[in-house]
Design a protein around this ligand. Structure first.
Ligand SMILES: [Zn+2]
Ligand SMILES: [Zn+2]
Length: 279
């Protein structure tokens, strides 16, 4: 492979532990050619999640990334992005205009509205509350997750889809549903068709592996095979919240891609999207 990249990098502007410059320095040490900052985008005040960037901080965030872009321009290509959240009944929360950015990632971190809203990427207890609110209908929650994602991807023409199957985060050992069953794969298939129609790139996100082990690699092997067979563009992102994790699980993942006969990854460059051969 000619390039080493991650376009899903968090900093202290949201819930990351290291500064943007520390992330750049770690990327340089590890031989990266391109990195993109994708802090959790600000959302409307009624949502109140504390992992997000504050709207008034965006200006400094942008300035800082542009400063780094300039200072390190001979060593690494740096991109300004955000990870936008998506809510049921509201769609993507665009407190910041995507036109201000080089790229964005569209992700979902919660389901439900108002007092019935629960995070899907936190504890099993909150996921169970969501199931209870749906009358115990697990499939209904899964369907709502992928419908929200697929519809928003089309509406926003999202360049990148974040941690596509994060709904499985608390599903280790098929605790709540079986990801190999047809009803599940049919729901995913429908979402992938929307993603293909939108022309979005789907990230392979190794950030879950750092925190929760290999079962939290997004996407699952089954979905990766579907993406490969549908010829949907893939990119490799670490979703790093600490400098030390900037390329966590990359070596293993590249071997896995070879084993799965996934032959190329998409790379965002200053000249636009290109392909890099996996070899
Ligand atoms: Zn995320
Ligand atoms: Zn993230």
């Amino acid at each position: 492979m000619r390039y080493k990249t991650s376009y899903h990098v968090h900093t202290t502007y949201c819930d990351g532990k290291d500064s943007a410059e520390q992330m750049v320095l770690a990327a340089l040490t590890k031989g990266f050619t391109h990195i993109g900052f994708a802090s959790h985008a600000p959302v409307a005040p009624h949502h109140k999640e504390d992992m997000l960037m504050k709207k008034e901080d965006f200006c400094n965030y942008k300035k800082e990334v542009l400063r780094l872009q300039q200072n390190y321009k001979d060593k690494i290509e740096i991109f300004l992005g955000l990870e936008y959240d998506c809510y049921e009944g509201e769609g993507m929360a665009k407190e910041i205009d995507p036109k201000e950015l080089d790229f964005f990632i569209l992700s979902i971190h919660s389901l439900g509205t108002g007092k019935d809203k629960r995070p899907i990427d936190c504890s099993a207890k909150e996921l169970e509350e969501l199931f209870d609110l749906a009358g115990g209908d697990v499939q209904e929650i899964v369907r709502r997750y992928y419908a929200l994602l697929g519809d928003a991807v089309i509406k926003e023409e999202a360049p990148i889809v974040g941690h596509i199957d994060i709904i499985k985060k608390n599903n280790k050992g098929s605790r709540y549903f079986n990801e190999k069953e047809n009803w599940y794969l049919d729901i995913v298939q429908k979402c992938l068709e929307q993603i293909r129609r939108a022309g979005s790139v789907v990230e392979i996100n190794t950030g879950g592996v750092v925190r929760h082990g290999k079962e939290c690699l997004y996407p699952s092997d089954e979905i990766l095979e579907m993406l490969r067979d549908m010829d949907i563009g893939l990119m490799l992102n670490s979703d790093a919240h600490k400098a030390e994790n900037i390329d966590f699980y990359y070596e293993e993942m590249i071997q896995k891609l070879k084993d799965m006969k996934i032959r190329e990854l998409r790379i965002l460059t200053k000249e636009g999207w290109i392909c890099d051969e996996v070899d």
